[in-house]
Design a protein around this ligand. Structure first.
Ligand SMILES: [Zn+2]
Length: 170
């Protein structure tokens, strides 16, 4: 597996990449909203190994199929991992609901982080009446598992590799 391979990013590098993305998104938001942003949930410092990039490609095609009118704005890879952005020609709330159903559809969806942005930033799940995102290991609230460290890094890695293998059909 090549999930946890690739360049090792330092925490500061990841942080800097996220700040750069934030500035870029703000600029794009001023040019028109809503926006749809796709990233992957890959823990740890190796966020751009070959398999991660392959999975992002598959996910990007799936998003484009689910939002056929969405206009691609950018695709790039930085220390925080692969990133794709579209401009939407639809209502933000409806887009967020569609994004959530994609995230929940299957194993690939659980790796996808789909944000719909308008106004000040991303729409929350609660803003569209959806429950918090479930943990991909135990289905409880993912934020709680993260905060409590419910799952060992090894368990998370093993599960992630299994998902990636199924997505890439190996
Ligand atoms: Zn959990």
């Amino acid at each position: 597996m090549e999930v946890f391979t690739g360049p090792i990013a330092q925490g500061a590098e990841i942080l800097a990449a996220r700040e750069r993305r934030g500035r870029y998104l703000k600029k794009e938001l001023r040019r028109g909203a809503p926006l749809l942003c796709l990233t992957l949930n890959i823990p740890g410092p190796q966020k751009r190994g070959p398999d991660v990039l392959r999975v992002h490609d598959v996910a990007r095609r799936r998003v484009q199929a689910a939002f056929p009118q969405a206009i691609p704005c950018a695709v790039f890879v930085d220390a925080a991992g692969p990133f794709a952005l579209w401009r939407l020609l639809m209502d933000g709330t409806e887009a967020k609901r569609r994004a959530i159903s994609l995230e929940q559809a299957d194993a690939l969806g659980r790796l996808m982080d789909l944000d719909v942005l308008e106004g000040e930033g991303p729409l929350s799940r609660s803003a569209v009446g959806a429950p918090p995102r479930p943990c991909f290991l135990c289905a409880k609230d993912a934020r709680i598992c993260r905060r409590l460290g419910t799952h060992s890094p090894e368990a998370i890695q093993a599960h992630l590799e299994a998902i990636v293998r199924s997505v890439l059909q190996r």
